[in-house]
Design a protein around this ligand. Structure first.
Ligand SMILES: [Zn+2]
Length: 215
């Protein structure tokens, strides 16, 4: 049975992990429950180092974001959900899921920790969100998991950012940079690479999935 001291130490360690991944004090406060003044004193002694700017608000942002942001959001959300189902706490899952996301999307990692926190909030209906507004759908065409509006029933590959990425592959250099296949002249290889990243159990034929499972 953890003592109050154990719980406090765990919360502080979790707060430090969030800070090291780029979280702002508001995010850390929601994840750990620690008061903002204490967080600022412990983790941001230099006020100039405080992350600034508007906090992400994902429900509207996601549906208007470009394909690469939607694909990377879906990769994070997919990993997050799998870890949550394994019984980890929401805070531990957020940190582990975000680290894993960065390990597989290390080209640019378009999704910030604060964005990941906001996506997780609005998927589970926790922290800053009262209700769940996102669900994770499975594409009937490519098998990839992707974020969709709660209550919607995505029925075609038009809703799947990965299918859309594959369709665009031949003419969009940003896609090639983000999901580099082994064979640059084979669009199907891109789809397999994308699936290897987001679909558990899917093995890329060239072994690209070797390190993509959550630890
Ligand atoms: Zn698809």
């Amino acid at each position: 049975m953890p003592t109050p001291v154990d719980r406090k130490l765990r919360a502080v360690q979790l707060a430090k992990d969030c800070r090291d991944l780029g979280a702002r004090a508001r995010t850390i406060h929601h994840v750990t429950g620690l008061p903002k003044p204490e967080l600022k004193r412990l983790l941001f002694p230099d006020s100039k180092s405080l992350p600034r700017g508007r906090a992400p608000n994902s429900p509207e942002w996601y549906h208007g974001a470009n394909l690469l942001y939607r694909a990377e959001s879906s990769i994070f959300a997919s990993v997050y959900r799998r870890l949550r189902k394994s019984g980890f706490s929401a805070g531990q899952t957020l940190v582990s899921g975000y680290r894993h996301y960065r390990s597989v999307c290390d080209c640019l990692s378009r999704i910030s920790f604060d964005r990941a926190f906001d996506l997780a909030s609005h998927t589970d209906g926790i922290w800053v969100a009262k209700d769940s507004v996102f669900t994770i759908a499975t594409c009937s065409v490519c098998g990839c998991e992707f974020l969709a509006a709660q209550g919607s029933a995505p029925s075609s590959s038009d809703d799947c950012p990965f299918c859309q990425l594959v369709k665009r592959y031949s003419c969009d250099q940003r896609v090639q940079t983000s999901f580099p296949p082994r064979s640059l002249d084979n669009p199907f290889d891109v789809q397999l690479s994308v699936m290897a990243i987001v679909c558990p159990g899917h093995q890329h034929p060239h072994g690209a999935n070797g390190e993509t499972r959550p630890q």
